[in-house]
Write a protein that binds this ligand. Structure first.
Ligand code: ATP
Ligand code: FE
Length: 367
């Protein structure tokens, strides 16, 4: 079994070829990050144009590196949901085109399922069921992964996702005007600035949803609190030439700390629920953390403390696998191929979906 995977859900055009053992035979990735950074955010038609321009080259690059031909490939996996519709469409069309041309089955992939399952490629001993926290540019969710295609959704963000909040705040703080930060994602920029704080407790923030006994997340309030401090500092008019406030490092540290505490608080709730309902065997307790914001070492440190305290092993794929890439889509294809699910020879009616819940939402209250 060799699967080719295509990812175009947001601003990265990715392709990879992965075998049943999880060996990456070849991969290619074309990021649009810098272009969108200069535009102050992703403009969907621009993202679509860039995917259209790059997709063919990225796919052929991955095939070249893998040194395989289409005859060796068993199926083509492609992200079809959730994501930016214009971006998803390019992958969908190209994936289907390849399937028609080479008579291969088409495998529609859920982007968040792929973020979660990458952990099983990275850690070959990781078995179902496991608890998973996905923190990315568009999502924040906690789920129990029960099978390849079965997730129990414990909670999700009711407003912003962590990556999104970091990106918006970094932009608002004008971090990219600092030369050292100019090429970083918002999350990376905030993490770096926070690491330079001389007083991480200068700005204190309220942990969101403390009184709610569920596993949902909210970052809009935190964002507004940060914004409030920022505006106050800017009014003091000792803003530096590049538009950055002098206390930016401390502000970033406070922001990162409250996000981390919020995530830890919800994860702890989820762990309590999981243990009460015996959803994961005691000797297999594992928390997977994935998605772009899982690259954040401060957040990971906080989560590690919770895991240590509550007897969980933590599995965090390396940054390259946490942010968007073709490998996770190909690997998701492998996972489905092994179970003989989700392969379509009749695929013309398969479409894209802008949003799509991961698995079944828990009906009863987690509390
Ligand atoms: P989704 O997966 O929800 O569709 P996405 O695919 O756009 O969203 P990813 O590629 O998984 O998101 O992750 C990108 C996000 O990760 C960006 O918002 C970025 O700021 C964030 N990120 C990257 N590195 C870090 C970091 N060190 N700390 C916090 N956030 C980070
Ligand atoms: Fe993603």
């Amino acid at each position: 079994g060799i699967i080719l995977g295509i990812e175009t859900s947001c601003d990265d055009t990715g392709c990879a070829i992965v075998d049943v053992e999880g060996n990456i035979l070849g991969e290619a990735l074309k990021s649009q990050h810098l272009i969108h950074l200069n535009n102050g955010g992703i403009i969907p038609p621009i993202a679509q144009d860039l995917h259209r321009k790059n997709i063919e080259h990225v796919v052929y690059e991955a095939i070249k590196v893998a040194n395989v031909s289409f005859a060796d490939i068993d199926a083509i996996a492609t992200t079809v949901k959730p994501g930016l519709p214009l971006s998803l469409l390019i992958g969908l069309r190209y994936g289907k085109h390849l399937c028609r041309e080479h008579k291969k089955p088409f495998m529609p992939i859920h982007h968040m399922e792929a973020h979660a399952l990458t952990a099983r490629m990275y850690d070959k001993n990781l078995q179902f069921p496991f608890l998973v926290l996905l923190i990315s540019g568009g999502h924040c969710l906690l789920a129990v992964a029960e099978k390849v295609d079965k997730f129990l959704l414990l909670g999700e963000s009711i407003d912003d996702a962590p990556g999104e909040a970091f990106d918006k705040m970094a932009r608002r703080m004008k971090l990219k005007n600092i030369p050292e930060y100019s090429q970083l994602s918002g999350g990376q920029a905030v993490e770096l600035a926070a690491s330079k704080a001389d007083d991480p407790l200068e700005y204190k923030f309220q942990i969101p949803l403390l009184q709610y006994k569920d596993c949902n997340f909210s970052l809009a309030g935190v964002k507004n609190q940060v914004l409030g401090h920022l505006i106050k500092e800017e009014r003091k008019k000792d803003v530096l030439a590049d538009g950055v406030i002098p206390g930016v490092n401390n502000l970033c540290a406070g922001f990162q700390l409250v996000v981390t505490r919020h995530l830890c608080h919800r994860v702890q709730r989820a762990m309590e629920y999981v243990s009460r309902k015996q959803l994961i065997p005691l000797d297999k307790k594992t928390l997977v953390v994935s998605g772009g914001a899982a690259c954040n070492n401060f957040i990971a440190k906080g989560l590690t403390i919770i895991c240590d305290e509550l007897g969980y092993k933590i599995v965090r794929p390396p940054p390259k696998l946490c942010t968007d890439n073709g490998v996770m889509i190909a690997w998701n294809g492998v996972e489905r191929w092994k179970e003989n699910i989700g392969m379509f020879t009749d695929f013309e009616d398969i479409g894209i979906e802008k949003s799509s819940p991961l698995g079944e939402r828990l009906i009863e209250d987690v509390a």
